[in-house]
Design a protein around this ligand. Structure first.
Ligand SMILES: [Zn+2]
Length: 297
C-alpha cells in the first residue's frame, strides 16, 4: 500500500473527496495526509480527517500567513486530536516575498515550538531560504522537508539532524535532474513520497488536477533512480512513513487486500510464520488491528 504523505484535500476535486479517496484506494494508495496552509483551512481539513479512517491531518500555517499568531488557532484540543499527526505545513519562502523575513521566521519558530510541546513531527516548506532553514530547523524538532527541491548541502545538514525528505511529482519532471541526483543520494530510510495535490501533478498527468492516486508515479520514478523495483520500494516507503508520523494508525487497509492475502494474514499467527509467508510489514499492522478495536481511544 502507498501513502500520500502530503496534499490539500480541502480543494475542488472531480466528484468530491469520496471520489478522490475511492480512486486512490483502487490504485493501492490506501492512506492520505492532508494539510492546512492557512487558518481558514482548519475546519475543512479536520472534518475530512475525522470523517475518513485512513485520512490524517497536519495543522500549521504556511509562510504566506506571516503576521498571525499560530497559538490562537492551534488549540490543545486540535493538537491532541487523534487524527492530527503533525504540525504543517510551516516554513520559510523567500521566493515570492523576502521583505517580511522577520515575520516569517517568527511564525516558523513559534510553530516549531508548538510541535516540540506536543512532540509532533513538523512538515516543512523551504523555498529559496536555505540559510535560514539551516539556522532555525534544528535537531530539537523532527519531521520532514516536504516537496523537497533544495540542495544536497541543505539535505546533508538536515539528514544529520534526523529529518526525512519527501519527493513530490516534480521528481518526474524533465528538468528535475538536480532533484533526482539528491534523491538518488539520500539514505533510502529517510525518503517518503507525496503529491502536494492539487498542485504538481507528475508525468504523465501534467496539466491535470493532481490527486493522491498519482503518488505512485513519483514512487515509480524514485524506484528507477534508486535502481530497485517498484515492488521493493512499496514496503520501504510505507515503513518510513509510519516512522515519520508515529501517530498515524492505519485501519481498514484490509479492504485493499485480496482474498489470498487475507487468508495468509489470518494463517500467519506467529512471527516466524509471518516471515515465511513473506507478509509485508503493513499487513502485520493490520493483523494487530484486526485483533483489537479499530478506534484507538
Ligand atoms: Zn502543500
Amino acid at each position: 500500500m502507498f501513502i500520500d504523505t502530503h496534499c490539500h484535500l480541502n480543494n475542488e476535486y472531480r466528484g468530491g473527496i469520496n471520489s478522490v479517496v475511492g480512486r486512490a484506494r483502487r490504485k493501492n494508495v490506501g492512506a492520505i495526509v492532508t494539510s492546512t496552509a492557512e487558518p481558514g483551512d482548519l475546519d475543512d481539513v479536520l472534518s475530512i480527517a475525522r470523517g475518513h479512517k485512513n485520512i490524517f491531518a497536519t495543522v500549521g500555517f504556511h509562510p504566506d500567513c506571516a503576521g498571525i499568531n499560530p497559538a490562537e488557532y492551534l488549540t490543545p484540543e486540535i493538537l491532541n486530536d487523534d487524527k492530527v499527526i503533525g504540525v504543517g505545513e510551516i516554513g520559510l519562502d523567500y521566493h515570492e516575498k523576502k521583505d517580511n523575513r522577520d515575520a516569517q521566521i517568527k511564525l516558523f519558530t513559534e510553530q516549531l515550538e508548538i510541535a516540540r510541546q506536543y512532540d509532533l513531527p513538523v512538515v516543512v516548506h523551504a523555498r529559496d531560504a536555505e540559510e535560514d532553514t539551516k539556522e532555525f530547523l534544528t535537531d530539537k524538532n523532527h519531521g520532514v522537508l516536504h516537496c523537497y527541491t533544495g540542495s544536497w548541502d541543505l539535505a546533508k545538514v538536515l539528514l544529520d539532524r534526523g529529518f526525512y525528505f519527501s519527493a513530490s511529482g516534480i521528481l518526474t519532471f524533465k528538468r528535475a535532474d538536480e532533484m533526482r541526483h539528491v534523491f538518488a543520494k539520500l539514505p533510502m530510510d529517510r525518503i517518503v513520497v507525496e503529491t502536494d495535490a492539487p498542485f504538481c501533478a507528475p508525468v504523465p498527468f501534467r496539466g491535470q488536477t493532481c490527486e493522491s492516486f498519482m503518488v505512485k508515479k513519483t514512487a515509480k520514478m524514485l524506484a528507477e533512480i534508486r535502481g530497485i523495483s517498484f515492488e521493493e520500494i512499496e514496503p520501504i516507503l510505507y515503513e518510513n512513513t509510519l516512522k515519520l508520523f508515529p501517530k498515524m494508525h492505519i485501519v481498514e487497509v484490509v479492504k485493499c487486500l485480496n482474498g489470498n492475502q487475507r487468508k495468509r494474514l489470518r494463517a500467519a499467527r506467529d512471527e516466524r510464520a509471518r516471515e515465511e509467508a513473506g507478509i509485508l510489514k503493513e499487513q502485520w499492522a493490520i493483523e494487530k488491528l484486526l485483533n483489537k478495536p479499530a478506534d484507538k481511544k
